[in-house]
Structure formats: structure tokens, C-alpha cells
Design a protein around this ligand. Structure first.
Ligand code: ATP
Ligand code: MG
Length: 609
């Protein structure tokens, strides 16, 4: 993964054959389609070139020879062949379209499947936008390469090849002239096209930067003005515009030069053909129809050559796309089932951190030599300052991440001996940033256990304290939550996540609370739900509001990845340490809020996610 940058691609002129080979392998299952496609293409190309040849015969043997019967004969052949050609075109374009869809579908499916298997750590370091581009635009680009790109290339190659055969049969010296010019044209076209594309890509890149700069400046205009940043902004903007101007200028210059160049070379070719063929006609070696056919063949060839240059550039882009897709498909999950992992059917038992070390980034340790044993059925509350490591501890229990050193045991066994499914299906977790899927509230709760009946869903919502607010919604349980639950407040999302966990009836319950965004009334509801969940199961509760956790069996204060205080509520208050200060301050704040009507209402559940 590390060799892939998250910047959008720089255009390169180098070529990776291995990736190209892998792209070809994507098409392999559809070799019959490809074969059919090639056959259709061969028929069409041969007919294309043959039509020009028939044109020659019409002129020479029909018109110039004033042979009416021969003319009708040739035209009849021409007409019936056109029907055949139309059929061929239909076949290969249809096949190309289907093939493209298949390849794209396969790639997307592979990526989707693999994304499900990848660990949290992958998503930590990979921006969502980056992944989305792989699934959407990159897979499309690759499928376009194997279809329309392949179509253009084979069409060009077949056309040139079949034309060459007919040209040779008419006059070999002229054919030689044409085939001396073609390589020159190909080189010129590719040289120009790739450079023009580089410039245009630069323009696009700078353009998106400019859009971003505009956006930031407009939305931040108050800040800029307040801090007198206008001069500096203008300077930065000027630099960007200059960059864009230079790239655009270069692109225009190259394009302007390209077409006359191609025209010049083609004119030289056509000119030489005409002069030379004039001589040949005088010697009786070439007919008028032959000249006409030759000129047609040459102009026929110029277009595919031009196309090939474009396809070549597209191909490099598609190969770069494929490289990124494969990097995603090849990414190895950090957390995966060990060989021989088992699912014992239950994971009830003590949870034990034994000298556990953990970090997200190698040089930033989060937990060091962390030790903790949680008895089966015990409720553990974790409190402490932001960034202390509370979420990290529960992430390890869920096995979203694994310890870097030391062992985490469940029921006396290293939890890596269990399958991921064995653990994750029995640990119910309400995350600090709850996520809902687009769909109804009912569907979202049912996500906890797919075979639950409507009555069970509602019962779970009641336990979680979500029932009341759901009923107040216009459509109740059938209310749409919007993408990512965007139509609900964070507090409401947590209630639904809690209901989901209740429905799943896990053996271990984890709640990473975000109560800061829940009003006091909702908080009381959440608390009731949590208490119901905490009964008879091992629970980890992370709370910022301490009233929630007073009744926990043990409270742990986590600071800098260490347990600095541990005990019951009463014990910790007596100890007069961090917890005592936290508690008394919050208690004071809450009293103050009770007398301050403005603060009491702004604390309501209205925060955006
Ligand atoms: N996905 C991640 N990638 C890198 N670093 C992370 C990641 N998640 C947390 N950290 C870092 O690990 C440390 C512990 O974070 P953690 O989320 O466990 O704290 P927390 O106690 O849950 O804080 P809060 O009360 O704000 O939720 C922090 O320094 C944080 O910056
Ligand atoms: Mg946290």
C-alpha cells in the first residue's frame, strides 16, 4: 500500500507490462466473447477494404469500359455485402458493450468483497474518496480500455492489414510509399498526443485547485478579512492562475502544431502517390480506378492512426487506474483469521489484557504494557481525558485491531485462536460515531439480527429508550434515516445503534458514548437502555457524563494509555484524585446549567454528525 500515493495520478509515459497482463487476465473468462468480437471485426474490416476495391472495379470495368451488365453485377455484390457488414458491426459493438459491463462488474465486485475483508487500519490510512474513485472511475476506465480501446486498436490493425493486401494486389510500388509514411505518422501522432494530454491534465488539476481556492476564500471570507489575509490570498491565487495559463498555453500551442504537421505529412504522401501513379498510368501499369482506390485507402488509414495515438494515451491512463485497483485488491488485511481458528459457539469468560502494547502509528505508542482483567459479567467504566486511549481499549476487545505485543485472552485463550466471526458476532458495540445505513429505522435496527420480527425490533427499541422518539417521527419505524443517517441527530443515531445492539443480544456489550450530543432527557433514556444491556454480560462503558457510570462495578481512569485510578464510584471519590475532580466539576456544571435556561436548551440533541 505504501507505494501508492493518494494524490490523483500524475500522467506518466512509462508503461507497466505486468499490470497490462493482469488486465488481460480479467478478460480471460470471456475469451469466447473476445473471439466472437475478433471474428466480427475481421469480417467488417475485410469488407471495408473490399468495398474500396469494388469501387475501383466499378470505375474501371463498369464506367470506363461502358459495360452496363458488369456494372449491375458489381453493384449487386456491393449491396448484398453491405447487409453482411451491417450484421458484423452489430455483432462486434454489442459484444464490446457486454464485455465492458462484465469486466467492470467483476472488478467492482472483487473490490467490494475485498473491502469487506480489510481491517480498520486500512480505512484509517486510506481516504474514503480515494476508495470511491477506484470503485467508480478507475474500474470504468479499465473496462473502457478492454472494450473500446481494444475495438479501436483491432479496428485500426485489421483495417491497415486488409487494406495492405488489396493495395499490394493493385500496385506494390505505391504500397511501399504508403508504408514508408505510416510509421512517421504514428510516431508524430503519439509524440504530440501524449504531450497534449499531459498539458490538459495539468490544466484540469490546477483548475480543481483554483475551484478549491475559490471555495475556501468565499466561505472563509470573514476570517480572511478579519485577519487581513487578502493580500496573501491574492498572491497565492495569482500563482495558481499563472500555472494554469502556462499549461493551457502549451496545450494550445501543441494542438495547433499537431494538425498542420499531420496534414503536411499526409499531403506529401498523397502527393507522391498522385505523381507516381500518373507515371504508372502512362506506362499502363495502373488504372484510373486504381488511383482512386489508393487515395481512398490512404485517407482510410490516417484516421485509425490518429485514433491509435489517442488509444495509446488512454491505455496508459487505464493501466495507472488498474494499478490502483490492484493495489486495493492486493491489500492484505492486518486482522484476519489465523489458520485453524475456531468458533466455540460462545466466548463467555474473563477478558484479560496481558502486557498489551498497541499503536496506530509505529512511533506513537497508545497503550504500553497494559494489564487488565475483566471478570465475566462485570461492568467496567472507562473515563479520562480525550485521547487517553479509551476507544482504543474497546477497539482491541472487538478485535478491530490486534495487540502489537502481549496477549488478549478471552476465557483463558488467546483471542486470536478464535475466528473473527466468533468474536465479532458476540460482541455488541455502539460506536462513538454511530453509523446508520440508508434505509428505514426499522431496517437499521434489524441490522443487529436479520431474522428479527417487527415486534422484536420494537421491543429492542423500547429497551434502548428509542421507542418514544421514533413514534414522534412522521412515519415512525418506517422513517427514512437518509444517507449515513444524516437526517437524524447524533443522539438519535446512538439510540438506534443501541437498539441494534439490544436486538443482537451480544455476550459482551460495549458502549462508546457520545453523550455530549444528547440532551438530559435522552441521556436518561440511553442510561436506562444501557443498564438493561449491562445486566448479566461483560460490559465496557465509556462515558463522558459520569452520572451514567456511577453504578459500574469498576471505574477505570485512563490517561495516556495507562490506568491511573481504579475502583468503585465511592472509592474513587474518597481517593480524591482525577475522578473526584472530574466528578465534582461536572456536578457543578450541571447545577449551573439547571439555572441557565439558554445553556440548558443548546445542549439539546441537534449536533450535526
Ligand atoms: N485510527 C487512528 N489512527 C491513528 N491514531 C489514532 C487513531 N485512533 C486514535 N488514535 C490516537 O490514539 C490515541 C488514543 O485515542 P482514543 O481514541 O483511544 O482516545 P479516547 O480516550 O477514546 O478519546 P476520546 O475521549 O476523545 O474519545 C490518541 O492520541 C489518538 O490520536
Ligand atoms: Mg474515544
Amino acid at each position: 500500500m505504501s507505494d501508492i500515493s493518494f494524490e490523483e495520478e500524475e500522467f506518466t509515459t512509462q508503461f507497466n507490462g505486468r499490470t497490462l497482463l493482469r488486465i488481460v487476465q480479467q478478460v480471460k473468462p470471456y475469451w469466447k466473447w473476445v473471439a466472437g468480437f475478433l471474428l466480427g471485426m475481421a469480417v467488417v474490416s475485410t469488407l471495408d477494404s473490399y468495398f474500396t476495391y469494388l469501387g475501383k472495379q466499378i470505375i474501371d470495368e463498369g464506367i470506363l469500359a461502358r459495360d452496363r451488365e458488369r456494372l449491375i453485377e458489381i453493384v449487386t455484390v456491393y449491396g448484398s455485402l453491405i447487409v453482411m457488414q451491417a450484421l458484423g458491426v452489430f455483432v462486434f459493438i454489442y459484444m464490446t458493450g457486454v464485455l465492458g459491463q462484465r469486466v467492470q462488474y467483476d472488478l467492482r465486485k472483487k473490490m467490494f468483497n475485498h473491502l469487506q475483508a480489510l481491517s480498520f487500519s486500512y480505512f484509517d490510512r486510506t481516504p474514503v474518496g480515494w476508495i470511491m474513485s477506484r470503485v467508480t472511475s478507475d474500474s470504468e476506465r479499465v473496462s473502457e480500455l478492454v472494450t473500446w480501446g481494444m475495438l479501436d486498436v483491432t479496428w485500426a490493425v485489421f483495417n491497415i492489414a486488409t487494406a495492405a493486401v488489396f493495395m499490394l494486389s493493385i500496385n506494390w510500388q505505391l504500397t511501399l510509399i504508403v508504408f514508408l509514411v505510416i510509421p512517421v505518422l504514428v510516431i508524430v501522432a503519439i509524440w504530440f498526443k501524449t504531450r497534449i494530454l499531459v498539458q490538459y491534465r495539468k490544466v484540469r488539476k490546477v483548475n480543481s485547485k483554483i475551484t478549491g481556492a475559490y471555495n475556501e476564500n468565499i466561505s472563509g471570507v470573514r476570517v480572511s478579512k478579519a485577519l487581513c489575509r487578502e493580500e496573501k490570498n491574492l498572491e497565492e491565487f495569482g500563482l495558481l492562475s499563472g500555472e494554469m495559463y502556462r499549461a493551457g498555453f502549451k496545450a494550445a500551442w501543441l494542438s495547433a502544431l499537431f494538425f498542420p504537421m499531420v496534414q503536411l505529412i499526409s499531403s506529401v504522401a498523397v502527393g507522391s502517390i498522385i505523381v507516381y501513379s500518373g507515371l504508372q498510368v502512362e506506362l499502363g501499369l495502373l488504372t484510373i480506378g486504381g488511383i482512386q482506390a489508393f487515395v481512398t485507402y490512404v485517407t482510410f488509414m490516417l484516421w485509425p492512426i490518429n485514433e491509435m495515438a489517442r488509444v495509446y494515451a488512454e491505455m496508459q491512463r487505464a493501466v495507472a487506474s488498474a494499478e490502483r485497483i490492484f493495489s486495493l485488491i492486493d491489500a492484505v488485511p492486518d486482522v484476519a483469521d489465523e489458520p485453524g481458528a475456531i468458533d466455540p459457539g460462545t466466548i463467555k469468560g474473563d477478558i484479560e489484557f496481558d502486557h498489551v502494547d498497541f499503536y496506530y502509528e509505529p512511533d506513537e505508542p497508545v497503550l504500553q504494557d497494559f494489564n487488565l482483567t475483566v471478570k465475566r459479567g462485570e461492568t467496567i467504566a472507562l473515563v479520562g481525558p480525550t485521547g487517553g486511549g479509551k476507544s482504543t481499549i474497546v477497539n482491541l476487545v472487538c478485535r478491530f485491531y490486534e495487540p502489537k505485543a502481549g496477549v488478549l485472552r478471552i476465557g483463558g485463550r488467546d483471542y486470536r485462536e478464535y475466528s473473527l466471526h466468533a468474536i465479532q458476532s458476540r460482541v455488541g458495540v455502539v460506536l462513538q460515531t454511530p453509523h446508520l445505513f440508508s434505509g428505514t429505522i426499522r431496517e437499521n435496527i434489524r441490522y443487529g439480527r436479520l431474522d428479527a420480527t417487527d415486534a422484536e425490533v420494537e421491543a429492542a427499541a423500547k429497551v434502548a429508550g428509542a421507542h418514544e422518539f421514533i413514534l414522534k417521527l412522521e412515519k415512525g419505524y418506517d422513517e427514512d434515516v437518509g444517507e449515513g443517517g444524516g437526517l437524524l441527530s447524533v443522539g438519535e443515531k446512538q439510540l438506534i445503534s443501541l437498539a441494534r445492539a439490544v436486538l443482537a443480544d451480544p455476550e459482551v456489550f460495549i458502549m462508546d458514548e457520545a453523550t455530549s450530543s444528547v440532551d438530559t432527557l435522552t441521556e436518561a433514556l440511553v442510561q436506562r437502555g444501557m443498564e438493561a444491556m449491562m445486566q448479566d454480560r461483560t460490559s465496557f462503558i465509556i462515558a463522558h457524563r459520569l452520572s451514567t457510570i456511577k453504578r459500574a462495578d469498576r471505574i477505570l481512569v485512563i490517561e495516556n494509555g495507562r490506568i491511573t485510578e481504579m475502583g468503585t464510584h465511592a472509592e474513587l471519590l474518597r481517593a480524591r484524585g482525577h475522578y473526584y475532580r472530574l466528578y465534582t466539576r461536572q456536578f457543578r456544571d450541571e447545577r449551573a446549567r439547571a439555572y441557565d435556561p439558554f445553556r440548558a436548551t443548546t445542549g439539546a440533541a441537534s449536533a450535526a454528525p
